[in-house]
Each structure stands twice: as structure tokens, then as C-alpha cells.
Design a binder for this molecule. Structure first.
Ligand SMILES: *[C@@H]1O[C@H](CO)[C@@H](O)[C@H](O)[C@H]1NC(C)=O
Ligand SMILES: *[C@@H]1O[C@H](CO)[C@@H](O)[C@H](O)[C@H]1NC(C)=O
Ligand SMILES: *[C@@H]1O[C@H](CO)[C@@H](O)[C@H](O)[C@H]1NC(C)=O
Ligand SMILES: *[C@@H]1O[C@H](CO)[C@@H](O)[C@H](O)[C@H]1NC(C)=O
Length: 293
């Protein structure tokens, strides 16, 4: 059995719907929860005109209009430059706006506002927040420990972005700007709707005694985007100086002794012969030369 209260509720709901049959409805404003710095993102505005002709769709960021779609105008789209907003016009229309190459200042409150035609010009809007998060570059290729004489090879890799980024290596907080840095190299990633690129900067150097004496060094890299520096985690690498193992060492010592011994005997052979000869000559002289005063 339907209770009277429920019946009343259903009735009033129907009455409300009947009276607002031509009301423009904004169903949803869809924006990804987290957008990544350097990527593109799609803002969607889902509305139901309920049979009314569309007059306009307007987008605002933090209260300032940046995009306007008027189907009766030519061109239909009008954009207003705002910091942190770069619009992909080819992919934007009455239902969506594609923002290119997001920066941190792209974060904010986005509003979609939809209006029906004259004479009512019913207007509805909805706000949603967009947060651009930064993905830091990462370091790979490192071992935990290096022996003196070994090569340290590492790469600093940026996150996937729609553009190249400037990478910087730091050794012990000091910016490295020399031949031990190589690159940058670019890796292209082709996704369904955007062309992304990662930037890679290499670092290679040979561990020498000065590194060994300091025991360890701190490596870090950063991606520079406009005035922002996104730092990687700091990597600490240790240097050791392993002595040769005992068996290798004793072989080396034995070999060295042998070489030394051989060299002594070779070097001394002529001396012994010379001595013998001198002795022989002396003896011969003593025998054959008469002593005369
Ligand atoms: C995004 O946020 C909404 C509301 O805060 C939440 O319901 C939804 O699960 C989130 N989506 C993702 C993918 O995190
Ligand atoms: C660094 O990146 C370059 C280019 O992608 C690659 O050829 C090299 O093998 C990488 N080195 C390390 C240590 O990962
Ligand atoms: C650092 O690199 C820049 C170019 O990127 C160059 O002009 C400058 O001379 C370098 N400085 C040092 C100290 O190597
Ligand atoms: C050790 O290597 C570093 C980095 O390659 C270099 O700057 C330094 O001059 C080297 N030191 C010696 C003593 O060779």
C-alpha cells in the first residue's frame, strides 16, 4: 500500500517537473581529480537543454571567463587569455574544453555555465576544482656502492609531459655543468590523444681517489619548468677501495720476487765474469811478468 505521505511526495515531484519542463539542467562538470603538470586535460560539461535552444556555454576559472561557445556566432568559440590556461581549440566544443600543457597555476575552481535562448535565458552553472600535481624526475641506473676506478652511470628522467623539460644534475648540491653530463635524450610516448615526451639527462664519471676519500656523494637532479624546480629524491652513493684478495696478493708478491731474483742474476752475470777475468789476468800477470825493481 502507498502511504499518503509518499503519494503526496510523488505528486509534488511530478508537479515540480511539469512546471520546470523547459528548464535547462546542468547534470555534471567532469574534471579529473588530479591532473599532472605538463599534460593535457579535458573539462566536460554535461547538460540537458530540455528542448530549449542553446544560447551559450561559458567556462570560468576562479571567477574569470576564459572560454565562450555561442552556436549562433561565427566563430562559435571565443577565448580570453588567462594565466595557466592554454586551450586546444580543435578539441574544444559546446561540451568540452581541452586544456594543453598544464602548469601549476592551472589549478583552481572551474565553472561551467550554460544558458538557454531568449527570452528566458535560463542559466545554470556548476563549480569543480582542478588540481595540477607535479611528478618529480627520477634517477636510475645507480649502484649502491662503487669501487675506485669504476664508472658511475646514471640517468635522470622527467615524468611524461607534452613538452621537453630542462633537467639539471647536482653533485653535493652543486649544479653540474660539464662533460660528465650528457644528453638530453628524448623518449616519445604516443598515447591515444596526446603525444608525450620524457626528457633524459645522463651522468657518467669515473670514481677517483678524491671521491673515495670523501666516502660518499649525494646525487640529485631537477626538472625546471618555468620558475619551478621539481627535485628528484636525493641518492647517496658510497665509494670503497677494495684491496686485492689474499690469493691474488700472494701470487703478485711471489711473481714480483721471482722477477726481482731473475733480474739480479741477469744483471750480476757480467760482473762475475768480469771479476773472474780480472782475477785470471792478475794471476797470469803475476806468473808471467818478472818482478823488476
Ligand atoms: C575523485 O573525487 C571524487 C570526489 O572527491 C571521488 O568520488 C572519486 O572516487 C575520485 N576519483 C578518483 C579516480 O580518485
Ligand atoms: C640512459 O639513457 C640512455 C638513453 O635513453 C640509455 O642509452 C642508457 O643506457 C641509459 N643509462 C643507464 C645507466 O640507464
Ligand atoms: C655552463 O653551461 C653553460 C651552457 O649551458 C655555459 O655557457 C657555461 O659556460 C657553463 N659554465 C661552466 C662553469 O662550465
Ligand atoms: C675526480 O673526478 C671528479 C669528477 O669527475 C673530477 O672533478 C675531479 O677532478 C677528479 N679528481 C681527481 C683527483 O682526479
Amino acid at each position: 500500500m502507498i502511504r499518503p505521505e509518499t503519494a503526496l511526495f510523488v505528486f509534488s515531484l511530478l508537479a515540480f517537473q511539469a512546471s520546470s519542463v523547459n528548464n535547462v539542467k546542468l547534470l555534471n562538470v567532469r574534471v579529473p581529480n588530479h591532473t599532472v603538470l605538463g599534460r593535457n586535460t579535458k573539462l566536460e560539461c554535461i547538460y540537458d537543454l530540455q528542448g530549449e535552444p542553446l544560447y551559450s556555454v561559458k567556462w570560468y576559472k576562479d571567477g574569470k571567463e576564459f572560454f565562450r561557445y555561442l552556436p549562433k556566432n561565427e566563430p562559435k568559440i571565443q577565448v580570453f587569455e588567462k594565466p595557466g590556461i592554454f586551450i586546444d581549440l580543435d578539441k574544444s566544443n559546446s561540451n568540452e574544453v581541452v586544456l594543453k600543457s598544464l602548469v601549476l597555476s592551472s589549478s583552481g575552481i572551474y565553472r561551467c555555465e550554460v544558458s538557454g535562448e531568449a527570452p528566458s535565458f535560463q542559466t545554470v552553472f556548476k563549480d569543480t576544482s582542478l588540481n595540477t600535481v607535479a611528478e618529480r624526475p627520477s634517477i636510475d641506473g645507480l649502484q649502491l656502492e662503487y669501487n675506485v676506478g669504476e664508472m658511475v652511470n646514471a640517468n635522470c628522467t622527467s615524468s611524461k609531459m607534452t613538452f621537453h623539460t630542462h633537467l639539471i644534475w647536482y653533485i653535493n648540491e652543486e649544479q653540474i655543468n660539464s662533460t660528465i653530463v650528457h644528453g638530453p635524450y628524448f623518449k616519445i610516448h604516443n598515447t591515444d590523444d596526446e603525444l608525450l615526451v620524457t626528457t633524459v639527462l645522463g651522468l657518467s664519471f669515473k670514481v677517483n681517489d678524491s671521491h673515495y676519500r670523501s666516502g660518499h656523494i649525494n646525487l640529485k637532479c631537477a626538472a625546471q619548468l618555468e620558475s619551478i624546480y621539481l627535485h628528484s629524491d636525493e641518492q647517496i652513493i658510497k665509494f670503497t677501495k677494495h684491496l686485492p684478495t689474499e690469493s691474488i696478493m700472494s701470487n703478485t708478491v711471489r711473481l714480483a720476487n721471482k722477477i726481482q731474483a731473475t733480474s739480479i742474476s741477469i744483471q750480476n752475470t757480467p760482473k762475475i765474469i768480469l771479476l773472474a777475468c780480472v782475477l785470471l789476468i792478475c794471476l797470469q800477470n803475476n806468473i808471467h811478468f818478472p818482478i823488476s825493481y
